[in-house]
Design a protein around this ligand. Structure first.
Ligand code: T46
Length: 138
């Protein structure tokens, strides 16, 4: 199935409030639309760094600003949109086949990623022309 940037939305995550702070819980088959196979997080990212610059054939992700803020630029080969993430109760759901870049990491930010697949280099498209060709011709 081919997804567009309109299919990549911010999802409000549940918050359990306690007088000593909040907790957000995501559990396979309960409140996340794929089974989590891998968790990773980006941190100590220099403020001017740009990351990403690739798409995935199959992988889908929930991206959460566990701390601080950053911006994702999503691109489906036709349209682009910027998504600013700055709160741990919001996840950006990135569907397969979407080119992404990341920028404007605030100092101390942590970009938490819940992923639907184990790390597979062959799932990456790292060349933008190849990505455009994939979007056009499948
Ligand atoms: C995305 C953003 C948010 C591994 O060995 N295992 C892994 O699970 C990952 C994610 C990376 N790596 C290695 C592969 C590369 O040599 O770490 C290096 C950097 O990986 P990558 O180019 O994927 O890093 P980012 O920060 O550009 O992108 C990652 C995700 O891959 C990507 O899908 O959306 O984080």
């Amino acid at each position: 199935m081919i997804f567009n940037i309109e299919d990549c939305n911010i999802v409000e995550l549940p918050i359990a409030h306690t007088e000593n702070g909040n907790i957000t819980v995501l559990e396979n088959q309960l409140n996340i639309p794929f089974d989590i196979k891998r968790i990773y997080y980006l941190y100590d990212v220099p403020m001017n760094a740009e990351r990403g610059g690739h798409a995935h054939y199959e992988l889908q992700q929930y991206v959460i600003a566990a701390s601080g803020s950053f911006t994702f630029i999503l691109d489906d080969g036709t349209n682009k949109k910027e998504v600013f993430l700055n709160h741990p109760n919001k996840a950006l759901h990135i569907k397969p086949g979407i080119w992404r870049e990341m920028k404007d990491f605030s100092s101390g930010s942590i970009c938490l990623v819940l992923a639907s697949m184990k790390y597979t280099e062959s799932d990456y498209i790292r060349d933008y022309r190849e990505f455009l060709n994939y979007r056009k011709n499948g």
